[in-house]
Ligand binder design. Sequence first.
Ligand SMILES: *[C@@H]1O[C@H](CO)[C@@H](O)[C@H](O)[C@H]1NC(C)=O
Ligand SMILES: *[C@@H]1O[C@H](CO)[C@@H](O)[C@H](O)[C@H]1NC(C)=O
Length: 891
Amino acid sequence: MRNPNRYHLLVFSYCVLLFTTVIHLVLSADYVPADKILLNCGANGELSDDDGRQWTSDVGSKFALAGADSIVSEAATQKPSVPTVPYMTGRVFRSEFTYSFPVASGRKFVRLYFYPASYASLNASKGVFSVVFGPYTLLKNFSAYETANNLNFDFITKEYSVNVDSGALNITFTPASGTPDSYAFINGIEIVSHPDIYSSNGNALIVSTSTAFEISNDTVLENVYRLNVGGQAISPSKDTGLFRQWGGDNPYIFGASVGVPVATDPNITISYPTGMPDYVAPVDVYKTARSMGPTPEVNVGYNLSWYFDCDAGFSYLVRLHFCEVGPEISKINQRVFEIFINNQTAETEADVIAWTNKKDVPYYKDYVVFFPSGPPHRDLWLKLHPNTASKPQYYDAILNGVEIFKINASDGNLAGSLPAPAPVQPIIDPNRGISSGKSSKSNKIGIIGGGVGGGVAAVILIGLLVCFVTRKNKKRKDPNSSDGPSGWLPLSLYGNSHSSGSTAKTATTGSYASTLPSNLCRHFSFAEIKSATKNFDESLILGVGGFGKVYKGEIDGGTTKVAIKRGNPLSDQGVNEFQTEIELLSKLRHRHLVSLIGYCEDNNEMILVYDYMANGTLREHLYKTQNQPLTWKQRLEICIGAARGLHYLHTGAKHTIIHRDVKTTNILLDEKWVAKVADFGLSKTGPALDHTHVSTVVKGSFGYLDPEYFRRQQLTDKSDVYSFGVVLFEILCSRPALNPTLPKEQVSLAEWAQHCHKKGILDQIIDPNLKGKISPECFKKVAETAVKCVADQGIDRPSMGDVLWNLEFALQLQESAEDSGGKGAMVLDDGVYDEVPLKGKASNGDYEGDVTDSRSTGMSMSIGGRSLASEDSDGLTPSAVFSQIMNPKGR
Ligand SMILES: *[C@@H]1O[C@H](CO)[C@@H](O)[C@H](O)[C@H]1NC(C)=O
Ligand SMILES: *[C@@H]1O[C@H](CO)[C@@H](O)[C@H](O)[C@H]1NC(C)=O
């Protein structure tokens, strides 16, 4: 011992280290899985995902069985919402292929990740295959492409819980035999051991019976929904070591009565009872909840209801998570309610405190329901209603979380059919308006959403219809019958494309409505606003506009980021107008509008609190910026989102709402690059039926201003269309709408671009970053659309619905050009874009045809067999059709 002191020090620090590790293990509730494999198929080396998890590649890995016929490939395109890891690379199989994972025995989550893009120049629609685990069929004739299309998701995650007795977990992919040229593919596989938290031990009762359903080692469960009710999405790394993704419940709530999130103190301590492991669900699930609302008279009059699309022919395990976190509730018989699952009584007297004895203590209950075979899609209904018979103190109900699992059928099958909308065929009947019906495919006026692109066309058309439908049918009927509400398309089909953000079904993937319940426009006290903005700290200023300053802020104890807009203090009369405006704004909820969360009018302040948009304004990504230039597809997708938002303002609400200040700084981007239109606070409601304009003081931004509006001081929805046309030129050219430093003829972008378009040289003034990247057809379509938007007379401009249509079409043209490997063919910089054919056209004509056909198939049927695409080039815009559909005056 040369230096005994040093030795002691070493031993001592080693002990400390050991000790702290033990402490950490003891304190940490997280489960430590025996097996944790994250396999990024086709990847080049080790990569970490957005959640910070490390994925290893399957290239040369021991898990991929060698010798089989497979290739690795990168996805040809990346939609803005799609995370790079694990989705951007994949392994593609032309014949059966097995991954084999040596694992410890016990239950595992198997998560499969799919991004339906084109790989190795294969047609994305031919990726049809089965996935098998032992005697269990997880997926059969599965098309990630069509599934994503129908759900309007960008990527798909599937999660299964399987039991492994010993040895290896084998997963086999087989291309469908019925589809010529079919192939199988996979982007990522995750295997995570989990404790046996879903086995029933006789506790899962078949609803409305006293019979227990046995969930044994032989049972494979597929998680189809996992929701943090009344709360926010929880990412896999925030789960309890099991890496489950929890979504919000908003998209699944039925009707207008959505209840209210329970206002809980974010610092409460959730104490798991003995015998219930902490990893059953994370504290964040139990900390937040949804209840019915403060008014007993209202609560007794409705059911707080959710509905979930399910496959017929399967039993489902429904796990409900409860935790009484209401500040006013701590005793038995304060909040007692009934629970109905599929209109059968699951509980007559649910009283969370009676179950747990204390508040802030979690509890869960399992139920099993069976859907006999029949129509392929069924809705699983979950309803809560106050139990008045037991005379509780509050007529209310509460729910904190839901998990729904599909249980394997007796033959080991778990594969269902393609999700809706396939079975739903709304009919446009000129005499009766739109109804849902089961028209046969030969029905001339039915819209068939079956084909590859047909699905897309139907989704878009239906999206537009839904707008109309929702206006006509403010409330969907609550059908207790079997074909129930799936007779109507889920609203989430609208406005949700390229969205989804998070993963698959289990995540909140956005919906027609935005995240905030419409009855919830919060009132903030001035003190709250001051604390949220650190007393209006100048360093938090996001921007300064006509209205005043905009601050970045945090509310709810730092859990929610918001943008806080502070206007100049109001006069007494101003307060009234302000309140009217708030009322109007809070009713406007749409995925592509920035949501108003609340307001503050204390001390005559005029403060608005909005969703915070992490990626700022569209302009920040176009020019005078350090940001990466956006790709052409990103730009198009952003404009499509914005067009949807504007279209909704024009047609979705009771009165036409004219934005009046459409520009690239009023198109904001959230963390997933979803475009949201902002600042419609300036808006005035437009003409109610017979007036065609609203006279008002000229407002808006130069460079975007409708010349007609300027001349006649008349405002129509076409003024917004003009401004939007300027936005389109802006994304093409990446320059400001007005640039006074340029030669006179170039100062106004709208004029200069029109001039160049007339001369056939528009392609010469586009953003150099886009040169060679835009397919000629797509460019032509967007340029034409933009030129039509900035027509001098409002009457010559298309409606926002037409614009949206044309942009969607342009995106399809771009995608099909990219899919057919036509990148090299996108020659734009030589000025002859009109003549340059798409490379894929000759060799792969049928695919190119698919795109046009799908559109025209969908549409032509509604206008009597003539192709819409050709109508359009003949100068007849789709507005002829849409004005029929969209315009209630027309009927
Ligand atoms: C709530 O749902 C149950 C089950 O479907 C139904 O019997 C009951 O009438 C509903 N109550 C209300 C108020 O809608
Ligand atoms: C699930 O599949 C296994 C294996 O095929 C079978 O033994 C079991 O009965 C199935 N479970 C149900 C609920 O049918």
